[in-house]
Design a protein around this ligand. Structure first.
Ligand code: PLP
Length: 315
């Protein structure tokens, strides 16, 4: 496994000035519409307490979803995952139905057809102490902004990735805002001209990207890393698995060593923003032919077809 500071540099994509880093960043500066604790507020007036446990402890759960042409995509699936995350961290005071209604209201108010919707629910405000009182009112934040700048930074014909040690906790299936390992690894990847860092656990096996799920093809068979506490149950991953099955392509959920992974003929990432995104370079070496492979392209097309007809109901 490579150490965190020995990433290979992608020729022509590196910037120490920060210019490239900015263009690869998935964050735009100003949210368009902000909802905080029950109402839509001007972004400048969206302020939370310094005693908010989300700020102090990262004691918070989040979701990131998007809309296509005026319709929120995969809402039911995202709310199902949200409910699981809240339950896993004993944050049961937040009502998922109310949150869903607030997302819909904020989204409608934004009038942004293709939006990125961010939701964060913290445990609430209390004087700093590790153990939490159970009677706190959760802080609910929703931001809606145009997804175009995010998508513009992604090369859907093929991206570069690097590998990095997976330093995260052992409940990666919970979508918590404790993202320091992800933040560090992703930024290093960008520093080295790559879009994503693919994480490798202490046993030398690939888990997932810092904000993406991972698939690969070997001997013409499609693989994904297994579900479980080591990875986030990605919504896009779930939909892509359904598409594969619908098309008669078996998906094998298997652990893979980095050594084997490097021999894959195709690798692709999935996420709300990346949809299905081919990885054509890994740690500076070509993946397969060095171009998006046939299975990746087929699933990318299949995903876009599902989006085009709004086919996102859980099966
Ligand atoms: N894995 C991680 C660690 C993530 O943070 C994300 C999304 O943020 C994903 C995978 C992809 O999930 P989804 O397809 O639901 O966007």
């Amino acid at each position: 496994m490579r150490s965190a500071n020995s990433y290979p540099v992608e020729p022509g994509r590196r910037s120490v000035s920060g210019a490239l880093l900015d263009s690869m960043s998935e964050v735009t500066p100003v949210p368009e519409v902000v909802y905080l604790n029950g109402k839509i507020v001007p972004p400048d007036e969206a302020v939370v307490s310094v005693n908010d446990r989300g700020f102090l402890f990262g004691d918070a759960i989040y979701e990131a979803l998007r809309s296509y042409d005026g319709r929120l995509w995969a809402m039911t699936r995202h709310m199902r995952r949200l409910a699981r995350s809240l339950d896993a961290v004993d944050l049961r005071s937040a009502d998922v139905d109310e949150v869903r209604a607030a997302i819909e209201e904020t989204y409608q108010a934004s009038e942004i057809p293709n939006a990125l919707v961010y939701l964060q629910i913290t445990r609430g405000v209390a004087p700093r102490s590790h153990a939490y009182p159970r009677d706190l009112r959760p802080t609910v934040l929703i931001t809606v902004r145009d997804i175009a700048p995010v998508v513009a930074g992604i090369d859907f014909d093929g991206e570069a990735a690097v590998t990095a040690p997976d330093l995260r906790w052992r409940r990666c299936d919970v979508k918590s805002t404790n993202l320091l390992p992800n933040v560090l690894a992703k930024t290093r990847a960008h520093d080295h001209g790559a879009r994503e860092a693919i994480l490798v656990d202490t046993e030398g096996c690939v888990t997932e990207g810092t904000s993406t799920s991972v698939f690969w093809v070997a001997q013409n068979r499609l693989f994904a890393t297994p579900g479980g506490p080591e990875i986030l149950p990605g919504i896009t991953r779930e939909v892509v698995m359904e598409i594969a099955r619908d098309e008669g392509i078996p998906v094998l959920a298997e652990r893979v060593t980095l050594q084997e992974f490097r021999r894959a003929s195709e690798i692709f990432l999935t996420s709300t923003g990346h949809e299905v995104c081919p990885v054509i370079r890994l740690d500076g070496a070509s993946v397969g032919s060095g171009r998006a492979g046939p299975l990746t392209l087929r699933l990318q097309k299949g995903f876009r077809a599902r989006v085009a007809v709004g086919d996102d109901e859980p099966r």
